[in-house]
Design a protein around this ligand. Structure first.
Ligand code: 2HA
Ligand code: ZN
Length: 269
């Protein structure tokens, strides 16, 4: 079967990276059934032939208007599709969409009419924010890490930057590789525009945010970077949990050690 990826090695590489990360999310146990979603902005890989491609779907509404996305293209995991299937067959479990000139609707252009993720409003709102703020980030990943989601069931951890400081203090890498910390978004209905708007607000300060009692959402330069930040935070959560299950409260790195790290690595916060 003909694919939009044929003779487009760079675009194919982007989709292969999404498939690789989808496999990791499944292996981690973070992607039950159709849980989680990935979108990447592939506009820079779009040539004139792609621009001329006829839609293979009806016009569909995003649910919100996103002015910076006019004429942009995204590869999106399909709604109701399994991460573990996206890993093996990305073009059967995801699709390329084009945002229409009204900035409020889109069409699917390839390869199959797979309707994009149920969290499309959140994902596209994040991409819209990123473009509008001059960011070079191209990827958004949403997944359900067991340890991090469990932590959001404790109200004490929902106060601003309590989790950021706790997770940073478990192992130096977490502060170094997730230097903007972890934002918290109070519970909102999955797929809602309210959740999308709350997520975008937090991106001014964080690259990774928790959706209370639901999951985590990360943005990054590419899909691998977004995954790595979530993986690093999850590692810290695992260290915390392991210490607690051994029967003690982990000491955590002291404020002085954290400050030393901040200076040594020239970290932003
Ligand atoms: O796509 O994770 O939040 C399934 C979800 C919705
Ligand atoms: Zn989810």
């Amino acid at each position: 079967m003909k694919s939009i990826l044929d003779n487009r090695p760079e675009l194919a590489r982007q989709v292969a990276n999404v498939a690789e990360v989808a496999g990791y999310l499944w292996q981690k146990g973070w992607a039950e059934r159709n849980g989680g979603n990935i979108t990447i902005n592939v506009t820079e890989f779009v040539d004139d032939e792609i621009k001329g491609m006829e839609p293979i779907s009806d016009i569909m509404q995003i649910g919100t208007t996103l002015p910076h996305l006019k004429g942009c293209y995204f590869f999106c995991k399909g709604t109701n599709k399994r991460m573990r299937d996206l890993a093996r067959w990305p073009m059967e479990n995801g699709s390329v969409i084009r945002i229409n000139d009204d900035c409020a609707s889109y069409v699917i252009i390839a390869d199959n009419p797979v309707k994009p993720t149920s969290e499309l409003a959140s994902h596209l709102s994040m991409h819209n924010y990123l473009i509008g703020s001059g960011s070079t980030y191209k990827a958004a990943v949403h997944t359900h890490p067991i340890d991090l989601v469990a932590m959001t069931h404790n109200p004490a951890f929902l106060k601003k930057d309590v989790l950021t400081k706790l997770l940073w203090s478990m192992i130096p890498e977490t502060r170094a590789f997730c230097p903007r910390g972890l934002g918290i978004i109070p519970y909102a209905l999955p797929s809602s525009v309210e959740l999308a708007e709350a997520t975008v607000k937090e991106l001014a300060e964080y690259d990774v945010v928790m959706w209370e009692k639901h999951g985590v959402c990360a943005v990054g330069e590419n899909v691998m970077e977004a995954f790595d930040m979530i993986d690093t935070l999850s590692k810290s959560a695992q260290i915390y949990l392991t210490a607690k299950s051994m029967g003690f409260e982990p000491d955590g790195m002291s404020e002085a050690l954290m400050e030393e790290l901040k200076v040594a690595f020239n970290l932003p916060k």
